[in-house]
Structure formats: structure tokens, C-alpha cells
Design a protein around this ligand. Structure first.
Ligand code: GLU
Ligand code: ZN
Length: 312
């Protein structure tokens, strides 16, 4: 059993990230599993200087440890490139010259905000060899085909997202010349021998894409567990408008990590009241089936109960 923590250093880690990391870590450790740490830092325009070190400090503060070397995606580019070449050799990808606004304009149906519109297939008639003749920058898109793989989620149960309705053919290699998240995460999870991926349920639509990549690359997928996110009182995912919920801010304000862990443990149904507890002490209490299937609504009042005022 091998689990993983995979922070993106695109900004500060907040209380929502902490809850997912805690569940992922406990799920592996409570069964004697290993935990690996991977920095997902290839989303280069969004990567913030110092955010990676801060994410490591946040995890250490929370008492969540990991085994072995830290994998850093920006240092693993040749691995992703090999995978791209295998997809090209099998004609599973094609070069796409569409810009983001081309895709937006061609979109016929309304779409979920962060999933983007369904790719209209403008470039799907191309073959891999056509890339040689292109004079404008291009991305590589994966051909989704008609059937999106369903999967048995360890938390949600049977899960199915129809990719022909959500996103369509997806980018595996960006026109900037760097791998997209979907490809890098599959290559890494496979190379690191990850057997269980625990992550936020905003990534449910990524899982069928990743399953298609596992299949196309001849790799064995891990088990997937998607847990509900932390939201603000307005039901929207935790963001600045809900006050400062960055872990670094709680830390600087002198909130003991055990106080936050206690709040999160209560939110997951492992404690019946909010009281300080360490991550290690949760090992015998951990269970996935007590985690509510609704998002956890984090209020200023709950944060004040652990001695923190999100309004500063
Ligand atoms: N790095 C991603 C994030 O922090 C997680 C990706 C994953 O778990 O597959 O949102
Ligand atoms: Zn295109």
C-alpha cells in the first residue's frame, strides 16, 4: 500500500488542503502503508516562489510525514516526454493548434466553470505526422473516443463522468512545451508505485482521463478515493473571500497544529467534539465511512473555537 501527498506550489496551502492531506495520510498509514511526497510544480506560470518550501513546512507542522526522496515534477520532464512519445507512436494523440479562445468560441453548450468547454474536435482529423508541417504553436490532445471509463471510487462508489460531455479530447502536452497535469500525474503515480490516490472531489472528472492514459500507456491504475472539499458558509470552495485560512497564517498566529487536526478530525467524524489531537493519535480512529459525503462548511466561528480569527 502506497499513498501520496501531491501539493501544487501554485499558492499557499489552506485548511481545505490540510483536510485532504490528513485523510490521504491516515488512509495509508493506518494500514501500515508508505506515503510519498510529490511537488506538482510544472504548472509554471502559476507556480509561486517559496510556495513549495511553505507546503513542506505546512505538512511538517501538521505532523504528516513521508518516506524517501521528494519527487519534483519539474525535474522529471524526460519521463513525461517518453510517455508522450509512446502516445504518439500509438496515434492516441494529435497536434492541436486551437487557442483557448478558439475553443471557447466554438463551444456550443454551457460548461462547468473550471472544466472548460467541450473541445469541438477542430484538429481531430490530424495525424501525429502532421505536426511536422505546422508553423504555429500546438498542444497534443488525447483522443477520448466514445466510452469514458467508469470507476469504483473508494469513497463515492460507482462513478462515471462522460468525457464527451465534459471537456472532450484533453491536452496532455501544452503548446508551451510542457506536460499537462493529466499526463504528469499518471506517469508519476505509476512510476512511484502509488496504489491509492486520495484527493479532493473537484478532481473526479480527471479520473476517467487518467484511466484512459493508464490504459493507453499499458500501466496499472491505483485505487481512487475522492473526498468532499472544504467550503465557506456560502457553499463555495474555500478562497480569500472567506478570510485568511492559509495554514502558514494559522501557524504564525500561534494556533497549535493539534487544534486544527482536532477540528478536522471532528469534521470527519473521528471525534465527537473539537479537541486537540495529533495526527498519529488519529491512526486508530481513522475510518473513511464516517466522513460526511457533503462538503465540510468551515465557518469563522469554528476557526475561533481553535483560537484563530480568519478576519485577522
Ligand atoms: N496537485 C494537485 C492539487 O494540489 C493534486 C493532484 C492529484 O491529487 O492528483 O490540487
Ligand atoms: Zn485544435
Amino acid at each position: 500500500m502506497v499513498g501520496r501527498l501531491a501539493p501544487s506550489p501554485t499558492g499557499a496551502q489552506h485548511v481545505g488542503n490540510a483536510r485532504t492531506y490528513l485523510i490521504a495520510w491516515l488512509s495509508a498509514r493506518s494500514r501500515g502503508g508508505r506515503v510519498v511526497l510529490r511537488l506538482e510544480d510544472i504548472d509554471s506560470p502559476r507556480v509561486k516562489p517559496g510556495a513549495a518550501d511553505q507546503a513542506l513546512d505546512d505538512l511538517r507542522w501538521l505532523g504528516l510525514d513521508w518516506d524517501g526522496e521528494i519527487a519534483v515534477q519539474s525535474q522529471r520532464l524526460p519521463l513525461y516526454h517518453d510517455a508522450l512519445q509512446r502516445l504518439q507512436a500509438a496515434e492516441r494523440v494529435y497536434p492541436c493548434t486551437c487557442t483557448r479562445s478558439d475553443v471557447e468560441r466554438a463551444a456550443s453548450a454551457p460548461h462547468a466553470e473550471h472544466e472548460g468547454p467541450v473541445y469541438p474536435g477542430t484538429c481531430a482529423g490530424r495525424r501525429v505526422a502532421d505536426a511536422d508541417r505546422l508553423s504555429t504553436p500546438f498542444a497534443w490532445r488525447f483522443r477520448v473516443g466514445a466510452a469514458s471509463p467508469a470507476f469504483l471510487d473508494g469513497f463515492r462508489g460507482f462513478s462515471h463522468v462522460d468525457l464527451t460531455q465534459v471537456g472532450g479530447d484533453f491536452v496532455v502536452w501544452k503548446s508551451a512545451g510542457t506536460p499537462a497535469y493529466q499526463l504528469a500525474v499518471v506517469v508519476d503515480d505509476a512510476a512511484q508505485g502509488i496504489t491509492e490516490v486520495v484527493r479532493g472531489d473537484d478532481l473526479v472528472p480527471s479520473t476517467p482521463r487518467q484511466l484512459l492514459l493508464y490504459e493507453a500507456l499499458g500501466l496499472t491504475p491505483p485505487a481512487f478515493v475522492h473526498v468532499p472539499l472544504v467550503v465557506g458558509p456560502d457553499g463555495r470552495r474555500l478562497a480569500k473571500r472567506h478570510g485568511d485560512t492559509r495554514l502558514a497564517s494559522l501557524r504564525q498566529a500561534g494556533v497549535p497544529a493539534n487544534a486544527l487536526i482536532g477540528l478536522l478530525a471532528w469534521s470527519c467524524g473521528w471525534l465527537d467534539r473539537i479537541e486537540p489531537i495529533g495526527a498519529l493519535d488519529l491512526l486508530p480512529l481513522f475510518r473513511l465511512d464516517s466522513v460526511p459525503s457533503r462538503p465540510f462548511v468551515l465557518t469563522a466561528e469554528l476557526l475561533r473555537r481553535i483560537g484563530y480569527d480568519p478576519a485577522g
